[in-house]
Design a protein around this ligand. Structure first.
Ligand code: ADP
Ligand code: MG
Length: 282
């Protein structure tokens, strides 16, 4: 694969080393190694079914890999591969399909996530079940309100999550993830279902979150141009294997990447749009 080594000596916050994942006879991931340096934006692209969400689930502790290891700050996490533990280590995530609670308001979603951070024993499962919203009497802090402002959610903050437009639900998910003061946020297809304007708004929010809070982002996306435009380093998965890694311009012009995107989709049987050639505006 194309591999442009980085000269950055800072150890990555989150790494996968030689990850393999089998589902019965299907090899979804084969020897995948990826590094997430502090405050970086790492893009992960590949055709449908390439293994992007699976790798994401392995990184966030939702799936235990068949082989290989996940490291946080260089320490192996194999025995502690739960979403709760990963969250306490500063790894937050959003889902490909937003998972919000119909009976909670937008502000309550962010508040629960914020309180999780204040209480070491508060678990990520509380964030996902809504437990603990009212058993903690600490006042809502300014950060919650600021996050609502940052994600353009203030006006809708008292709305119940039922029936929220997808663009709003995605921003709630991002606010909730950032509220935990994460070091890494894993974003699974944050732009899917959003229109161009909403996508541009969201990517602005993400880039500014990185700048203001030094949070690293891992962006799993089918929107190649969005990823190439935002990322410091891009990894390309195809049929569970990494076929390229490097700076966006290098990846954009890589022959193997172009072949993967021009080839037949193993899942849908349709062709993918090719990344634009190097040198075009992004
Ligand atoms: P991507 O997110 O890149 O579209 P996925 O990681 O969702 O791809 O899927 C990679 C492959 O693994 C696909 O062939 C998919 O059908 C398969 N797969 C994913 N999750 C499971 C699972 N829980 N059980 C069986 N097969 C799965
Ligand atoms: Mg996916």
């Amino acid at each position: 694969m194309t591999d442009i080594p980085t000269t950055n000596p800072t150890p990555p916050i989150l790494s996968t080393v030689g990850i393999g994942m089998r589902f019965g006879g299907l090899t979804a991931l084969d020897d995948v190694s990826l590094d997430v340096p502090a405050a970086s934006i790492v893009g992960l692209v590949g055709p449908n079914g390439a293994g992007k969400s699976t790798l994401f689930n392995v990184m966030s502790g939702y799936l235990r890999p068949t082989s290989g290891t996940v490291l946080i700050d260089g320490v192996e996490q194999t025995r502690r591969s739960t979403p709760q533990h990963r969250a306490h280590m500063g790894i937050a995530r959003t889902f490909q399909h937003p998972e919000l609670f119909s009976d909670l308001t937008i502000r309550e979603h962010v508040t629960i996530a914020r309180r999780m951070r204040l209480t070491p024993r508060r678990l990520w499962s509380d964030v996902l079940t809504g437990a603990g919203l009212r058993r903690n009497t600490q006042p809502d802090d300014e950060v919650t309100e600021q996050l609502l402002v940052d994600l353009s959610l203030s006006e809708d903050a008292d709305r119940i999550a039922t029936g929220l437009p997808l663009g709003v639900a995605r921003r709630v998910e991002v606010a909730r993830a950032l509220a935990t003061d994460p070091r890494v946020v894993l974003l699974d297809e944050p732009s899917s279902g959003l229109d161009e304007g909403e996508t541009a708004e969201l990517s602005e929010v993400l880039v500014s979150a990185r700048e203001r809070h030094s949070v690293a982002l891992v962006l799993v996306e089918h929107d190649v141009d969005l990823v190439l435009g935002m990322s410091d380093t891009v990894y390309v998965l195809d049929f569970g294997k990494l076929i390229a890694r490097g700076a966006p311009e290098m990846v954009r012009s890589d022959p193997a990447v172009r072949a993967a995107y021009l080839g037949d989709d193993p899942v849908a049987g349709t062709a993918h749009p090719a990344p634009e050639p190097a040198g075009t505006s992004r």
